[in-house]
Ligand binder design. Structure first.
Ligand code: GN1
Ligand code: MG
Length: 562
């Protein structure tokens, strides 16, 4: 920790003492509850909202430290618990590029949140500031937002109390009730020195997306109406704002928009419900809106960074899910075709690659690899997918559950901007590829932007949901949560496809998997819940179910429960 050299040592020491006093006063207002152990996990801190005020205060301190460490670069703080039940809440930090917090800082967040007393918090804060070489005289800039949870405003007060400890050196921008991806966009746009990414406001984001969407749809609109399940969350508000900007190119029918009805958030609706239950939200089922052949719908999650599509089979009336894997495959194939049409010369050649996790349906991976699209598999969590996708010219990444986006590398944008089109068709393909790079959120997956991406590809292909679905058939699969006494004994490796510990367990799993036609199964500890997850897929639903049961038994045995 250091202070600006142009201040006298006495003045600097005085300012430091004032800062520590201010932090101590705030910490006393927000004491850490006893017997709670916090971890900054895959999605930041996430637990019952009543346990979080002290964490929010301390995250406020850390966000300021991070911004000061990065010479005043703008840091984001998002207060949300995404698809979790309404009484939960959470908080995560966003780095200046709009990406998730640098993983080496996750441990600092965990350390600060677990200090049992004000004294230990002051001591850990001082050690961190020194160790991380933070110049406390630097300015700090923070943008923050929260979702529609009733606990949001109180938690925001605790967060702001953290910022206030630093006095006037911290400048803040409260975006209010906003989706996670809008916050990521504003952070990225605020830090963008080139000024080309877009205006750093909600309005700027909506206008950027609307303009790109209109360019891409051209004279194909107005498109067929789309039903959007907003999970009774903040996505409903974002969608309303966006539709006002967009006009009537895409008629949108929003559903589950009761953001102020207590207990409604994510309740029997939203992307997580649909993906986990593999069924329509009851409200949509009973409304009958999907019974008209060819009607498609999609569901956002509670903070609108995740989307899945679905429709009813025309003759059988059965539920058909079009999840993150289906989106990734359709989008990668389409962008690949556009690159071919663009007829770029050797020097400007571009490659599309796809990043998945072990939860991707085996059929999707097979479909892509058999068409020579490179596919990489990484551990669960958006940050892993995002980094792997940055290695491609155009990197499409989606988790099966619908988190995802498409990243265009700087070289890809340069190549497209400097290419010499060989024909009107190739000029058009290049123009469209560039418009896709504007339509798609480059910081993080956004349900709204991904929805427009899907709608654009469907419109260009002239497809409905059934034609999209026809590409490949998902292998039947089962995802099971297993509660174990201590999930930390389960250590996964090889992009989480194998267990390293407890020793010998993987061999037993392999032996079992062999008995099932097209069987695949893996086990990993969850990063967001106190459980171990078992995934199984096989040729038939019964086999997938039986394999999941068999592997669950192996896990229970390995955890010492049987
Ligand atoms: C199987 C599954 O869906 N896992 C989810 C879940 O992670 P776990 O580490 O599996 O709890 O929450 C993450 C954060 O939202 C999300 O990125 C991930 O895809
Ligand atoms: Mg979410």
């Amino acid at each position: 920790m250091s202070f600006s050299p142009n201040k006298s040592p006495t003045k600097a020491a005085h300012e430091h003492a004032l800062l520590l006093n201010a932090i101590a006063a705030g910490a006393n207002e927000y004491p850490k509850p006893e017997h709670v152990n916090y971890t900054y996990g895959t999605a930041g801190f996430r637990t019952l909202a009543t346990k979080l005020p002290s964490v929010l205060f301390r995250v406020g301190l850390l966000a300021v430290l991070r911004s000061k460490r990065l010479e005043g670069a703008t840091i984001g703080v998002m207060v949300t618990a995404s698809h979790n039940p309404e009484p939960d809440n959470g908080v995560k930090l966003v780095d200046p590029s709009g990406e998730m917090l640098d993983p080496t800082w996750e441990a600092h967040a965990t350390a600060l949140s677990n200090c049992p007393s004000t004294e230990s918090l002051i001591s850990t804060f001082t050690t961190l500031a020194t160790h991380l070489r933070v110049d406390l005289s630097q300015p700090a800039n923070i943008v923050y937002a929260y979702d529609t949870r009733p606990s949001g405003p109180e938690l925001i007060k605790a967060l702001e109390r953290g910022f206030e400890s630093f006095g006037e050196s911290v400048k803040t921008n409260n975006l209010g009730v906003t989706t996670t991806p809008i916050l990521h966009y504003v952070v990225k746009a605020t830090n963008d020195k080139t000024g080309t990414y877009g205006e750093p406001t909600k309005k700027g984001y909506n206008e950027k997306m609307a303009k790109a969407f209109r360019t891409l749809i051209g004279n194909r609109g107005p498109l067929a109406p789309l039903y959007v399940d907003c999970a009774n969350g903040v996505g409903a508000l974002a969608l309303q704002d966006f539709t006002a900007t967009l006009g009537d190119v895409l008629p949108i029918n929003p559903l589950n928009t009761s953001t102020s009805t207590q207990g409604s958030l994510n309740h029997s609706c939203g992307a997580d419900f649909v993906k986990t239950k593999q069924a329509l939200p009851p409200s949509i089922q009973s409304s009958g809106v999907l019974s008209k052949a060819g009607t498609r719908a999609c569901s956002f999650d509670g903070d609108a960074d995740r989307i899945v599509y679905y429709y009813l089979h025309e003759s059988k009336g059965t539920f058909r899910l079009l999840d993150g894997d289906k989106i990734a495959v359709m989008v990668a194939m389409f962008l690949g075709d556009l690159i071919v049409k663009a007829k770029l010369d050797e020097e400007h050649k571009l490659e599309v690659g796809v990043v998945q996790t072990a939860y991707a349906n085996g059929s999707s991976t097979k479909y892509l690899t058999s068409r020579n699209i490179p596919v990489s598999c990484v551990p669960t969590g958006v940050k892993h997918l995002h980094h792997a996708a940055q290695r491609y010219d155009i990197g499409v990444y989606f988790e099966a559950n619908g988190h995802g986006t498409v990243l265009f590398s700087d070289q890809a944008i340069k190549a497209l901007k400097s290419a010499n089109p060989q024909s009107p068709d190739s000029a058009n393909a290049i123009k469209n590829l560039l418009a896709f790079s504007e339509l798609i959120n480059q910081a993080v997956g956004d349900a709204l932007s991904d929805m427009l991406l899907v709608e654009t590809v469907l419109a260009h292909r002239g497809w409905g949901a059934a034609e999209w679905d026809a590409g490949y058939e998902d292998l039947p699969n089962r995802l099971v949560k297993v509660e174990v006494p201590d999930r930390s004994i389960f250590v996964a490796t090889d992009a989480e496809r194998k267990l390293q510990h407890p020793q010998g367990l993987q061999d037993t799993i392999d032996e079992t998997v062999k008995k099932y036609d097209m069987g695949r199964s893996f086990v990993r500890p969850s990063g967001t819940e106190d459980c171990v997850r078992v995934y199984a897929e096989a040729k038939t639903a019964t086999e997938a179910e039986n394999l999941a049961v068999a592997v669950t038994d192996i896990v229970k045995f390995g955890s010492g429960q049987v």
